[in-house]
Design a protein around this ligand. Structure first.
Ligand SMILES: Cc1cc2nc3c(=O)[nH]c(=O)nc-3n(C[C@H](O)[C@H](O)[C@H](O)COP(=O)(O)OP(=O)(O)OC[C@H]3O[C@@H](n4cnc5c(N)ncnc54)[C@H](O)[C@@H]3O)c2cc1C
Length: 381
């Protein structure tokens, strides 16, 4: 039976980021995932926004061409163009990035357990015994980075996601499209109820997907219809489909109760996704980096006060306007209404707001800044 300081369940972006930082701090880290290889069953398009690319070390060779063009289409396919003066997005080569971060975890001394499912845990005298499909391990702290429907969250008696959209996409090589790399977003309550359909084309890879509330559409059928509808915009005749991706996206905002003395939650498990844009990669990087700081402080001091900085309640306050925007977006379920909404978006003030949604820098609050007073208190005690 292995003995670890921290056991992390889930080697998506959230788990990997936290594992490599904790291992670099010298903690004994076990990283577990049920996948046998991290480039399989990927749950994301992988669009990284400028703010993440500036603040974190995402290796350049794991990213596609930069994009500064966004086109927003109404249900009747009326386009509205937004062009930024900056490179705003890059689509990650996620399999490659996950593998790279895993190598860094291993180099820093973390143990890696692929093809291993988390089954449960028990807590005795401040030590946790974690039951895995490969056997039992003991750990001082357990981290749930196991995605939107987290089993670890349930077992730790922390909050659970309750509101989701689902996304499904096909990834192609060799698709042809005029013009520079671009992101095309389509508002259509039939094809993507409560969210968007998208084409992310960076010259090398093309992602074509739909997302929305699962009770209101059939995602695979909507994706087929969407593909046919956009045939005049993108030529897929000689393109090769290289992957199909799908997953749940929590959109109820970051959960309130995401940490206790036995463990904490990261990424989708913590509901750390922008309710409006459904972007979760920036929150993964920010929350996981902060968690690594909080957990190492907690384990070295033994002071539970150190965990109070990791408060979903605190981060959630910054989501109020985005949660309202989500309510409004989900209520727009008639095509004519959405068409009208798109026409109104052409007014300068609203167009400025739309531009801010695409190019603003606010996908997730700066958690370290928000928690600074709590960290200071923790340090004093
Ligand atoms: C189709 C789609 C497209 C998206 N596109 C974007 C985008 O372009 N940009 C953006 O910012 N966000 C996007 N998102 C959201 C973003 O991808 C997620 O928020 C982010 O990837 C979540 O990462 P994570 O590490 O928390 O979870 P995941 O990547 O889901 O990782 C969880 C890991 O836990 C493992 N696991 C789960 N249960 C167990 C268990 N019991 N035992 C062992 N292992 C387990 C899984 O195998 C998985 O590897 C998208 C989401 C979807 C579904």
């Amino acid at each position: 039976m292995g003995n670890y300081d921290v056991t992390i369940i889930g080697a998506g972006l959230a788990g990997l980021q936290c594992a490599r930082l904790l291992a670099r701090k010298g903690l004994r880290v076990l990283l577990v995932d049920r996948k046998n290889s991290l480039d399989q069953k990927i749950h994301t398009t992988g669009i990284f926004v400028r703010r993440t690319l500036l603040d974190f070390d995402i290796p350049d060779d794991c990213l596609g061409q930069p994009t500064k063009h966004v086109t927003l289409y109404s249900p009747a396919l009326r386009p509205m163009e937004f062009v930024s003066e900056h490179d705003e997005f890059r689509v990650g080569r996620m399999g490659q990035l996950y593998q790279r971060y895993l190598q860094q975890c291993l180099l820093a001394g973390a143990q890696w357990s692929p093809e291993t499912s988390y089954l449960g845990h028990v807590s005795t005298n401040g030590k946790l015994t974690v039951r895995l499909s490969t056997g039992e391990v003991t750990t001082r702290y357990l981290i749930g980075a196991d995605g939107a429907r987290s089993r670890v969250a349930r077992d730790l008696k922390l909050d659970l996601n309750e509101e989701w959209i689902v996304g499904v996409e096909s990834v192609y090589e060799g698709a042809l499209m005029d013009g520079p790399p671009r992101l095309l977003c389509f508002l259509d309550p039939k094809l993507a109820p409560g969210y968007i359909a998208w084409i992310a084309h960076d010259g090398d890879e093309t992602h074509l997907g739909v997302g929305g509330y699962p009770s209101r559409f059939d995602p695979p059928a909507a994706l087929e219809t969407f593909r046919a509808r956009v045939a005049h915009l993108i030529d897929l005749k000689d393109a090769k489909q290289i992957e199909r991706r799908a997953g749940y996206i929590p959109v109820g905002g970051v959960l309130r109760n995401i940490a206790n003395t036995n463990g904490l939650l990261l990424g989708d498990a913590a509901g750390a996704v922008s309710p409006l844009t459904a972007g979760g990669l920036d929150p993964c990087m920010r929350l996981s980096s902060f968690a690594a700081q909080v957990v190492s402080e907690y384990l070295s001091s033994g002071n539970p006060q150190a965990l109070s900085a990791y408060s979903g309640e605190l981060f959630r306050a910054r989501f109020a306007s985005r949660l309202w925007a989500r309510r409004i977006a989900s209520a727009f379920d008639h095509r004519q209404l959405v068409e009208l909404g798109c026409a109104v978006l052409r007014f300068p003030l609203l167009s400025k707001i739309a531009r801010h949604v695409f190019f603003g820098r606010g996908s997730f609050p700066d958690v370290e800044e928000l928690s600074a007073p709590h960290l200071a208190t923790a340090g004093k005690n």
